[in-house]
Design a protein around this ligand. Sequence first.
Ligand SMILES: [Cu+2]
Length: 65
Amino acid sequence: MLTLKVKDMSCGHCVATVTKTVKGLDPAAEVGTDLTARTVQVESSVDAAAIVAALDDAGYPSVRI
Ligand SMILES: [Cu+2]
């Protein structure tokens, strides 16, 4: 389980974009988001660094927590 803090995830649209970005890398990924805490939990076989890089490209820099 990968947990990321995504500080710019501020509304439902952001949640949708972040979820879509992760699922674009791995359609089988399980993505859980907490908008209040601005965290994203990802269960995926894809490398964490690739997920972080894809979120960067989508405009949502993140850090592992
Ligand atoms: Cu937003």
